[in-house]
Design a protein around this ligand. Sequence first.
Ligand SMILES: Nc1ncnc2c1ncn2[C@@H]1O[C@H](COP(=O)(O)OP(=O)(O)OP(=O)(O)O)[C@@H](O)[C@H]1O
Ligand SMILES: O=P(O)(O)OC[C@H]1O[C@H](OP(=O)(O)OP(=O)(O)O)[C@H](O)[C@@H]1O
Ligand SMILES: [Mg+2]
Length: 400
Amino acid sequence: MSAMLAARLYSTAIPLPQSPSPPSRFHLRPSPAAGSRSLAPRAAASTTAVATKPAAAAPLSADRTDVRIGLPSKGRMAEQTLSLLKSCQLSVRQLNPRQYTADIPLIPNLEVWFQRPKDIVRKLQSGDLDLGIVGFDTVSEYGQVNDDLVVVHDALDFGQCHLSLAVPKGGIFENIHSVEDMAKMPEWTEEKPLRVVTGFGYLGAKFLKENGFKHVRLLSADGALESFPPMGMADAIVDLVSSGTTLRENNLKEIEGGVVLESQATLVASRRSLHKRKGVLEITHELLERLEAHLRASTELMVTANMRGNSAEDVAERVLSLTSICGLQGPTISPVYCRCDGKVAVEYYAMNAVVPQKLLYKAIQQLRSIGGSGVLVMKLTYIFDEETPRWRNLLTELGL
Ligand SMILES: Nc1ncnc2c1ncn2[C@@H]1O[C@H](COP(=O)(O)OP(=O)(O)OP(=O)(O)O)[C@@H](O)[C@H]1O
Ligand SMILES: O=P(O)(O)OC[C@H]1O[C@H](OP(=O)(O)OP(=O)(O)O)[C@H](O)[C@@H]1O
Ligand SMILES: [Mg+2]
């Protein structure tokens, strides 16, 4: 079906908020490290027409003993989710590619369900899934009806994009550079409202209301939204943007204040499952530990170099003067033994340190400048800290 045919009117005018917004329903807010601008979703201010109403929380089914995680079955998130899990030694085994279930041999009690991203959120709410990996945009759009969803890991480092309001570069928008300017445009009246096409009915409507738009008609469509304004089917769009290429190729622009939400892949859980279903908390802990340790390790390298010196302290003195080598706690310096004139002697010391990938070349240059030789560089699989901060946050969130 063409995108135009898929367009469907679901709201003719967006009323102003009647009451102040209730507090956020997502208590574990994405960290600033995720580059958030307006990451923490705010709940609906009033009863606006919304395209899809997710199911309210259903009672927890007691008749299953396995724990279930939903992974994206298709689209750009599917492959990257599997590859992230594989990097954490959690390869997913799908016996038959046409089946929608699979397992992870390393976690025997965990069943994998492949689902469309929005269905993962719905099934977490209906109690069919306990855990899921989906974009924060999907969690925010489809997970607003009850407070059962908990974002356990907010920055899985793939699927980075943002939901944004975009308008044509020219015509009546030529001199419009901010959302504030746009809301004040005299063109939008009750008879001729601003037509905004989006696949994010809930977030889009809320954003427009909160930004003072009075006369708006939201159109719902699933794909190729960027083609709507050039085809005269809509005035503006609210859609995901990553590189910005699709906007540019359709002569559209983003404007100041127009970012609705920052998004990347997240690990989400059902609060009821975490509390009540046996094994969910333990599996969540293992997933979180592996994910955090892997993501932490993915930006670092282990560097080993041999250095001539009179003592370990002498070598440490030189290494600690370098700006690029600091290690986790500090470099490890250990003697390299050789046999000299029939006696065991120490002429060299081996230095081991964890170095940020982006500082690698600088580190090698600096090591050479203080006499380092035979530099080995190794990839790291995991860096396990004493405790994962997100696990502590989760326990606090659950009151445990
Ligand atoms: N251009 C993009 N770059 C990076 N991540 C994106 C981009 N577009 C979407 N995403 C992220 O990937 C998720 C899945 O998007 P994808 O387009 O693969 O599936 P979908 O939109 O649900 O399905 P479909 O497009 O087939 O209807 C989104 O919810 C979002 O988190
Ligand atoms: O900023 P860019 O890097 O150009 O990416 C943005 C595009 O990616 C997504 O579409 P997708 O490719 O999923 O196609 P769809 O419209 O069929 O969902 C999104 O809906 C935008 O159209
Ligand atoms: Mg898409």
